[in-house]
Design a protein. Structure first.
Length: 56
């Protein structure tokens, strides 16, 4: 991560996952492509915001 100028935000040990923040100088698309090539990485996805709605 340091070589890509990314910062570890959360380490989800039980899920074997990480949340990272990339430099504002890098694009999301290029970062996703980069980390997908890292040995041992199974999946890479962009963070999403989801909203819970009340049932009607």
């Amino acid at each position: 991560m340091e070589a890509y100028d990314a910062k570890l935000l959360f380490d989800y040990e039980n899920l074997h996952g990480l949340a990272i923040q990339i430099s504002t100088a890098k694009s999301i698309e290029k970062a996703i492509a980069h980390f997908k090539k890292v040995q041992g990485v199974v999946s890479v996805s962009q963070d999403e915001l989801m909203q819970i709605t009340k049932p009607e």
